[in-house]
Design a protein around this ligand. Sequence first.
Ligand SMILES: NC(=O)c1ccc[n+]([C@@H]2O[C@H](COP(=O)([O-])OP(=O)(O)OC[C@H]3O[C@@H](n4cnc5c(N)ncnc54)[C@H](O)[C@@H]3O)[C@@H](O)[C@H]2O)c1
Length: 252
Amino acid sequence: MATQTSSSELAGKVAIVTGAASGIGRATAELFHARGASVIAEDRNPQVEDLARDGIVPLIADVTREDAAREAVALAVDRFGRLDILVNNAGIIMNKLVVDTTLEEWNAILAVNATGAFLHAREAMRAMTPQGSGAIVNVGSYACFQAFPTIAAYAASKGALAQLTRTLALEAIGHGIRVNAVGSGDVVTNILDGVHTDGAAFLAKHGENAPIRRAAQPEELAEVIAFLASDRASYMVGAVVMADGGMSVALP
Ligand SMILES: NC(=O)c1ccc[n+]([C@@H]2O[C@H](COP(=O)([O-])OP(=O)(O)OC[C@H]3O[C@@H](n4cnc5c(N)ncnc54)[C@H](O)[C@@H]3O)[C@@H](O)[C@H]2O)c1
């Protein structure tokens, strides 16, 4: 098989990237576009419209809604004729002890991080199955496997995402569709802005605990996502690939 790592690696592919207004999702949408893909960039934040250009169509939508998943897939097919790649990246976090967590807070985290991915994967599968090809990449976390106090809802959602990845991978591979996930470590993004006064600075500092001694930039995760979405990852099925600077393999 010819190996392509050129700027045209994703040429002709059509992708949906959720959570594309910021951080890892934004970097992924831009990298996919730079490598030749057409992209539906979905986010509930209207700032996603900044990405609009030839080959990137923004969609302001809440991933927890069933109609948003349908609309994203319909938009891909309507504007670009098909759907090859789905990146389930939209995510939120909260730091609270279980005893202090309300039902609404628990449900909100699960709804975005797990249910949103399920809804989008289901609609994507329906479009990809008749083609007999496709790739779905879920953006997981160290919290697919590990935990610390105050992240029960987030860890439960990312554990669910890992198991959705594995189960769907088994259901999808017979249709030529590969499903994988990337388990991210600390990445300098806005995800902690509602939790810390300077969320990005906190993540940059916290990343220094990893063996690599720094947090990642969003572009470094986008590279792993692009690989898993590309034909170069042709033998990867149901994997949760850690891209965490060694955090998950080190003893404390
Ligand atoms: N930054 C990290 O350290 C880190 C670590 C592990 C995993 N992750 C995962 O990476 C993914 C991306 O996070 P990020 O760090 O780039 O954060 P971010 O906050 O910069 O970006 C997340 C995006 O998702 C969007 N979003 C949130 N809820 C949504 C909804 N209901 N509908 C549509 N869009 C929604 C936000 O508006 C935002 O643009 C998440 O799944 C997160 O759990 C991040």
